[in-house]
Every structure is written in C-alpha cells, then in structure tokens.
Design a protein around this ligand. Structure first.
Ligand code: MF3
Ligand code: CO
Ligand code: CO
Length: 298
C-alpha cells in the first residue's frame, strides 16, 4: 500500500517548494499523517499502576499471537530482501508497506517521536537505529526489529541479518547472542523469578567473553508496546518479579563483543557501543503457561 500522494514520486521535487527531493523533505511526515489517523484510539480502561504486571486472558493471548505471527512473517520475508546495496530506508519502506498490506500498523512509527516504521541497528549500533540512506555493504551485520499492531495487539520480535560473507568473529557473536535468547527462553518457569532469565543470559554471554548491555531490557507487551515487568538480561537468580501464567513479555538480549557501555547519539534514539565494538540482538515475544512457555513470535 502506498501512503504518499500518488501524483508525487519519491524522487520528484517536494510539493512544499523547498527544492529538495520529496523523499528527503516531506515524505516521512506525509507518511506519518497517513498512518496516524488509522491508529486505534486507546480504549478507555481502568487506571492501572504502570508498574503492575497485566496478566492476559486466553483471548488476549490469541490476539497477541496473531500480531506476533505477522511480525514473524515480515522478518521471514525480509531475508531475501536484505542484501548488499540496499539502504536501511528501503527496509523501512518494505516493513511499512507489508504491515499496512496486512491490515496492521507499524508500532515504532510516531512512538515517542520515533520517525520510522522499524528499527535498523547496523554493526556497532546496539538498538533503535533509525533507517536512513545508509547502504548495506558486504560484511555488515544488522538487527531488524519489527513490531506490529494488529487488532490493537502488539507483537514484537527482531533478528540479525548478515550481508554477504561476514567475518568469523561477527558470525560467532550473532550465534552466541541467539543462544542467549534461547537459554533465556528455556529459563522461564511458571512461579520462577525474572532474575533467573537475566542470570542465565549473562552467564552464557560472559562465558564467551562478551558483555551484556544494561541500559535496555525486555518488557511486558501485548496491550501496550512497553508494559511491566522489565526483563533484565543480567542479574541474580531468585531476584526480580514472580513469573506467572498469563504473563506476556519479550526477551531481547543485546550483547557486545567489547565493553558493555552504551551511549545515545544526538538523534536521541540510536544507541551505540562506546568502544565501537560490534553488537548483536535477537528478540521474541512469549507467553507463560501453566506448564512452561509458548513463544508467540516463533
Ligand atoms: N521494538 C523495540 C523493543 O524491542 C522498541 C522500539 S521503540 C522505537 O522494545 F520507537 F524505537 F521503535
Ligand atoms: Co521489545
Ligand atoms: Co523489538
């Protein structure tokens, strides 16, 4: 689905008369306007302490699952598309259009002022990279983080993609980070504690000489983008919040090859490693059941 006025193509001069190309000028803002009115208005619901964990009903879980399955499909379809020579803006456009084509909305667009429909975090970018005209090059590694809103339900997942042939150490970082997510998922036990998850992830990452980013965490998700509880990717077993059936949250470890320290760029979003080392991340949304865990975005 196209959201721009059909008379103006992205490479034409902008309609505002600035002399800049449309895509460099009002394109993003026009797209925002095109999408925002379609956003479901927040349903009036009883005031709730934002720190309080919201247990989901079976019906809500099924809605979140549908949203997560669309997110998964977008991540699948990106695989052949993400290759050398394309820009991160092209990834944004792909995700934006595919999301709308399936009757959903891209949750990042307009979220706390985020300007695009997806996060693209390249090489030393930890998370929240903003798509732009950067061209992907052989050897790059990139995290693409997709969140759909389908029927009012949020589905959040991300993966790493490799551009052409990637150096061995970067491949290893990607693989170990994926293992961190798997180990994190396996450590989710009904009536266990969220600290058990972080501890298992930290142990695995540090055993490989990597470090765990502290400034960003997994989160409750489903009715809103970011809900309680926080799921830290480090910590001590037996600490944190009680894990209960009906909880829906993400696990999304960000693992650095070098030091754990991060900083935010002037754009107020892009988080990068302070030492310039590579960073990787994988994310799933999951639901806690009576007997274990159901990965909704798998
Ligand atoms: N999808 C990210 C997460 O996993 C959040 C992105 S917020 C945005 O929590 F505004 F940058 F999109
Ligand atoms: Co998330
Ligand atoms: Co995400």
């Amino acid at each position: 689905m196209k959201t721009e006025p059909s008379s103006v193509s992205r490479n034409d001069p902008c309609w505002c008369g600035s002399g800049k190309k449309y895509k460099k000028c009002h394109w993003g803002k026009d797209r925002l306007k095109a999408v925002m009115p379609a956003r479901p208005q927040p349903k009036p619901r009883p005031r709730q302490d934002p720190r309080k964990v919201r247990l989901k009903t079976p019906e809500q879980v099924e809605g979140i699952r549908q949203s997560c399955q669309l997110t998964k499909k977008i991540l699948d379809d990106l695989t052949p598309f993400v290759r050398e020579g394309i820009t991160t803006n092209a990834i944004d456009q792909f995700v934006h259009e595919m999301t709308l084509d399936h009757g959903a909305q891209p949750a990042p667009l307009g979220y706390r002022g985020f300007p695009k429909s997806v996060c693209t975090s390249l090489n030393h970018v930890i998370c929240h990279g903003i798509p732009d005209e950067t061209v992907l090059r052989e050897g790059d590694i990139i995290n693409i983080d997709v969140t759909c809103i389908l029927d009012g339900y949020f589905g959040d997942a991300s993966r790493m993609y490799q551009i052409g042939t990637v150096a061995e150490p970067a491949q290893r970082l990607i693989e170990v980070t994926r293992e961190c997510l798997e180990i994190g998922i396996r450590s989710v036990k009904p009536f266990g504690m969220t600290g058990d998850i972080g501890h298992a992830i930290q142990r695995h990452a540090e055993a490989h000489g990597y470090s765990v980013v502290r400034e960003f965490a997994g989160h409750g998700v489903g009715i809103e983008f970011h809900e309680a509880p926080q799921i830290l990717h480090y910590g001590e077993p037996g600490t944190g919040v009680l894990i209960q059936p009906g909880m829906v949250f993400t696990i999304e470890p960000m693992i650095n090859m070098g030091r754990a320290d991060s900083k935010i760029l002037k754009d107020k979003w892009t988080a990068v490693t302070v030492d310039g080392s590579l960073s990787a991340q994988w994310e799933h949304t999951l639901c806690v059941t009576e007997s274990g865990v159901d990965v909704l975005s798998a």
